[in-house]
Write a protein that binds this ligand. Structure first.
Ligand SMILES: [Zn+2]
Length: 131
């Protein structure tokens, strides 16, 4: 995908602040961070979303997050939590699979509250999911 901004970053055609890199993934700083240390995990191979990625990428990414990145964020930035998020299709700005790592701090103001607008009754949604 020649016009994919994340593919360009992975190839080095666009600059990025790389925190971690191996054969499968690259972890960079988000240029529009929600909190200090907001990172993006990118597979090096172009994949659009979770339906398109591989178990290998997902498991490897989580291993690296647990073994290296979360400890690094705790040690260097003194975060007290980590929100891991991943958008697919609607809500996904860049169509190259990526995982958001948002370090959490007391009173960081990051708003991950669930939207209460236009919600169907819980029972109605449950029925649609299970019947
Ligand atoms: Zn790409």
């Amino acid at each position: 995908m020649n016009d994919c901004i994340f593919c360009k970053i992975i190839k080095g055609d666009l600059p990025s602040k790389t925190i971690y890199e191996d054969d499968l993934i690259k972890i960079i700083m988000n240029i529009n961070p929600s909190t200090n240390g907001h990172l993006l995990v990118l597979p090096k191979e172009h994949m659009v979303n979770i339906m398109d990625t591989t178990n290998e990428i997902i498991i490897h990414s989580l291993d690296i997050i647990r073994e290296k990145i979360y400890p690094l964020l705790k040690e260097r930035l003194h975060c007290e939590g980590l929100t891991i998020a991943q958008n697919n299709e609607l809500g996904q700005e860049i169509k190259h699979y990526h995982i958001h790592l948002t370090p959490r701090y007391p009173d960081d103001g990051a708003d991950f509250q669930y939207n209460e607008n236009n919600l169907s009754p819980l029972d109605e949604v449950f029925e649609k999911l299970t019947k």
